[in-house]
Design a protein. Sequence first.
Length: 174
Amino acid sequence: MRNRSLVLVLAVGFAICSRPAAAQVLYASIIGAVQDSSGGVVPQAKITLISKDTGVGRETQTDEAGRYSMASVLPGMYDLRVVAPGFRTYTRSDITLTINSVTREDVKLQVGQISEQVSVVAEAVTLQTDKSDIRTEITGQTVRNMPLPAYRNYQSLIALVPGATPPLPERVVV
């Protein structure tokens, strides 16, 4: 009887003290706000995100505050298209979405005919302000092409990550 009570107390203690394990995230997210040229919000604007690799598109609409969000998007290059009645169509090409990151793409629509279209093609340095974590992505091509010392394993890649402390070499005690 005493052993059962001890096992029960230990099981409850482990359950209370355990933390969930963090999993690797394989998707990206894109968020933003749609405004008119005077800074007013544009609700119910149709947002289309089209993959340059596969041609597959995803759609959503802005809420009452003009905000939109698409989560669980595969990483890659995308084109963003925003359509709202009474405004020119906005198109932004070559948006790069990477794993475990949130990309912000705010849009200012110009008043105009529905048939008019504004295309913005530019590549800007992405500064992630929506998440406070630091992440690094090392691709398979990097692993194959980098001159890694000794062995080609994931532990030797730690030295390639900016800000990481490389592992200390093993000491042999004689």
